[in-house]
Design a protein around this ligand. Structure first.
Ligand code: GN1
Ligand code: MG
Length: 369
């Protein structure tokens, strides 16, 4: 994208400031994200994003959900007794000159701007202290969401995290393609077949009324938990595009599958991928220190399944996208999504091998909290 074009869009949100720079930022798989630098002594940056409207077909609703959260969260935050030396930041939406929450460019591109939060994010966490903070961040975020009625939130991404729907999609894609027969493809095809029978586990529990719909983040992988660079404390949850009704299990599973994979989801060394149970314990400790107030017995009963299911789901989504010709996730090379699927499936195997250890540590965390 040309700089002039980006500067013009950025200036819709900050008409009174000189724009010094617009740089690509982060490594999201869906939207395009930029950091805009301003000629200012305070608030020197803001985040500018073009929402991928192939994925989010009604981006206005994404903004609406974000607005519901940003409006309600500050008063909820006040009710939480944060430790005195802890700060927590809530992202805010920047408006255009005309007071709108987004700007459409001449090609129909959908742009929005968000206040920049000074901090650090990590694609991979390496120690228990960081892990505890990541869990705490998600627990605090769920607490901030917990009194927002689901009816106030739109379904911005139908079928998101609904594993049986991803399997149906996968089956439809398979009918139309003849995948190559490399060792990796054979492995992934077989992997899915061996596990499709339990893929309904969370949705069945939802249907039976065991797991309630609640407002969730939808994408709380570790690099969406912002940390303070000097104190190491979690200070914000960012990337609020997928706030919508769902199961907290989708969030817990996503946080754990990303936080407990020491090689990260982009490694090509998938044979070495494993699920680290020490980090799992620390994330859960941090999470439960906040979330125990609203979780129920049934919620606990499905924690293990949520970790396995979300890692499986993401692997399946990557593999389906590889088969479909990489139409959903951005890729750097044609087999990128296949490799990403391999990583998640190896992670699932590691989770399955350690099932009893993980179930035991969940129990332990419960009795500690
Ligand atoms: C996508 O774009 P990003 O990185 O925020 C995806 C998540 C996946 C994640 C895997 C809307 O999120 O569900 O877990 O990639 N977001 C959407 O890295 O599909
Ligand atoms: Mg995201």
């Amino acid at each position: 994208m040309e700089l002039d074009f980006l500067v013009n869009i950025a200036s819709q949100f900050k008409p009174d400031r000189q724009i010094l720079e617009v740089q690509e930022f982060g490594n999201g798989n869906i939207n395009k994200t930029f950091r805009v630098s301003l000629d200012a002594s305070e608030e020197r940056y803001f985040i500018l994003q073009r929402i991928n409207t192939q994925v989010f077909s009604q981006p206005e609703l994404v903004m609406q959900n974000m607005r519901v959260f940003c409006d309600r969260a500050p008063e909820n935050l006040q009710k939480i007794n944060l430790e005195p030396d802890r700060r927590w930041e809530i992202p805010s939406i920047l408006l255009t000159q005309k007071g709108q929450e987004y700007w459409r460019d001449r090609e129909g591109g959908f742009w929005r701007a968000i206040r920049f939060i000074e901090g650090q994010t990590y694609d991979i966490i390496t120690n228990s202290q960081q892990a505890k903070e990541v869990g705490y961040g998600l627990g605090l975020f769920h607490t901030l969401l917990s009194n927002i009625p689901c009816e106030e939130l739109a379904d911005t991404l139908e079928g998101f995290h609904i594993l049986p729907r991803y399997l149906e999609q996968y089956d439809r894609i398979l009918e139309k393609t003849s995948p190559s027969t490399t060792a990796e493809v054979k492995y992934t095809l077989q992997f899915v077949e061996n596990r499709r029978h339990w893929a309904t586990i969370l949705e069945d529990a939802k249907q039976l009324g065991k797991l309630p719909l609640r407002p969730i983040h939808g994408d709380p992988k570790v690099n969406n938990v912002m940390m303070d660079a000097s104190t190491g404390q979690a200070i914000a949850m960012v990337d609020l595009d997928t706030i919508k009704p769902g199961l907290v299990h989708y969030d817990i599973g996503d946080c754990l599958r990303s936080g407990c994979n020491l090689l990260g989801e982009e490694t090509e060394n998938w044979d070495e991928v494993s699920f680290n149970t020490d980090l799992c314990q620390a994330i859960l400790q941090g999470y439960l220190s906040m979330a125990q107030s609203f979780l129920t017995e049934n919620d606990y009963a499905y924690l293990y399944d949520s970790i396995r299911a979300i890692a499986f789901e993401l692997g399946l989504r990557f593999f389906s996208d590889y088969l479909a010709g990489n139409v959903y996730f951005k890729v750097k090379y044609p087999e990128h999504n296949l490799n990403r699927a391999m990583v998640q499936f190896k992670l699932v195997e590691s989770i399955e091998r350690q099932e009893s250890i993980i179930r035991d540590l969940i129990q332990e965390c419960l009795s500690d909290n």
